[in-house]
Write a protein that binds this ligand. Sequence first.
Ligand SMILES: Cc1cc2nc3c(=O)[nH]c(=O)nc-3n(C[C@H](O)[C@H](O)[C@H](O)COP(=O)(O)OP(=O)(O)OC[C@H]3O[C@@H](n4cnc5c(N)ncnc54)[C@H](O)[C@@H]3O)c2cc1C
Ligand code: SF4
Length: 577
Amino acid sequence: MYEHIFIQERQAYDAIVVGSGITGGWAAKELTEQGLKVLLLERGRHVEHGRDYTGEHKAPWELPFRGRGDRRLYEAEYDVQRRCYAFGEATRHFFVNDRENPYEHDPDKPFSWIRGYHLGGRSLMWGRQCYRWSDLDFEANLREGIAVDWPIRYADLEPWYDYVERFAGISGQPEGLPHLPDGPFLPPMMMNCAEQHLKAGIERAFPERKMTIGRVAVLTVPHNGRAACHYCGPCERGCTPGAYFSSLSATLPAARATGNLTIRPHSVVHSVIYDEEKGRASGVRVVDYETKEMHEFYARIIFLCASTLGTTQILLNSTSSRFPNGLGNDSGELGHNLMDHHFVVGATATIPGFEDRYYFGNRPNGIYIPRFRNLGDRATRHRDFLRGYGYQGGASRAGWNRGMAMRGFGADFKHRLREPGPWTMWLGGWGETLPRHDNYVELDPEQTDAWGIPLLKVHCTWGENELAMRKDMAEQAAEMLEAAGCTNVQPFDAYTEGGLGAEPGLCIHEMGTARMGRDPKTSVLNAYNQVHAVPNVFVTDGACMTSSACQNPSLTYMALTARAAHHAVEEMKRGNL
Ligand SMILES: Cc1cc2nc3c(=O)[nH]c(=O)nc-3n(C[C@H](O)[C@H](O)[C@H](O)COP(=O)(O)OP(=O)(O)OC[C@H]3O[C@@H](n4cnc5c(N)ncnc54)[C@H](O)[C@@H]3O)c2cc1C
Ligand code: SF4
């Protein structure tokens, strides 16, 4: 291991925020807007909004490998990241190099850790689907005696959902469903003709189920100085008009405008410094990404927003005589109860008709079928599993490349491929996973990365509840498509035991490992995301989650972060922090 050179930064800040992704961007915005001097530490490189979206609007023929990428390079250096649908030749620079950023998992329990280490984090590549949680989710653990109870309820978060949605701009259709609360939506995107037809068919056959347009952090009208979407399609390459919400398009410009923000890229946070006398954290240790020098920075409060596993790695690595097993780990729960959503299961089908119809542009959104299982009444109860799932999907027409799977040759064949193919529908389930103590991460006692930080070891599998739910997810998708008049209905499930296809991590909704709770003996964080035993350290990324619900989680992280940041400033004013 190299020798660390310690450099103490004399200038102290009011707050340090670690990580500049979705949650770090929100923490920086809220804390600076309330007058705090904030140091934002980001382990990756600087990315300039617009200028550094080098893949944006590039046609395949403008890319060296025509969009198919350098297979040999991918195999050698991006073996995990290439499993993500958004990874490709035009986006590789937004994903980590797996060889340079190793982690471990059990050989028979694969875990895909999909990461983006740069300014903006995964807010640059995310899918932007945004759904609120409800008390069906916040009360589930208590109701079923699973893990621990959330220390908050929907009423605690509702004003903060409103707050972050108003700023971010979420387009969607209000539906009045108690378990999927509406928000102050921007105008919804439109379903295409085939989706409208399916919606009518599904809701006729299953009156208790709904199909709605996806709720998405993409602007359908100009909003807060950002332009409306022009439907170009591959958002994960970046969006110069800022039509989708990211740290670079929205929260960091707001934080910068206050004059209170200092951003320090290439700053790999190694650990939190704990002051034994004061019983508080005093700052963080940082390894410079390039020089490998160790720096120390000080502040009154610290927000850890380095993503679920990044934050937990920092906490586990923050040892002292008071906390020999990681900062705030009195409960022994730090690192445990890792969750993700389980997916890549559902059905595909052909939709007959509508051959004279097409759609406008590439809508960066799909449809959503909200959860309809185990809603708390007898009618929706499923005896084989707890909790539920929702579907995402969409209808489209096959393009010329369908010819690769067809027999034929010659001019007639090519001319026929110039016409759009039949309408096809894809319905994929996103399922809740249960928090289990035996799904956990720990630090490797021997191996460190290039910055001297112990490697993370992940131990995680799907349990019986998830596998029973998957069966229903495939069956119900097929039943709904059949009931709506589709043909060629094909259920699918990519899960293989101990193999790849639908392994934990791949859904990129990793959650838990520093859960919130009411009791310091069984949880790491309190109801305001403060480490129970070190209240000037806040964890507001997915590490804080006590259960996983089935809705995409980032909107909930945003609301929790904004709420915690306001609480932190109030506590500072009261002299408690
Ligand atoms: C392709 C894709 C599609 C997705 N689709 C959706 C979706 O539709 N809806 C949804 O809700 N979610 C979606 N997600 C997940 C979403 O991106 C994450 O939930 C969200 O970004 C988490 O925010 P975060 O701030 O916790 O972490 P990130 O956005 O990952 O940011 C973490 C930041 O911390 C930095 N960091 C890490 N470790 C350190 C350290 N030691 N020191 C300093 N900095 C550090 C990283 O470099 C990074 O910039 C998707 C993700 C991907 C990749
Ligand atoms: S589809 Fe819309 S949001 Fe996505 S990159 Fe294009 S303009 Fe931006």
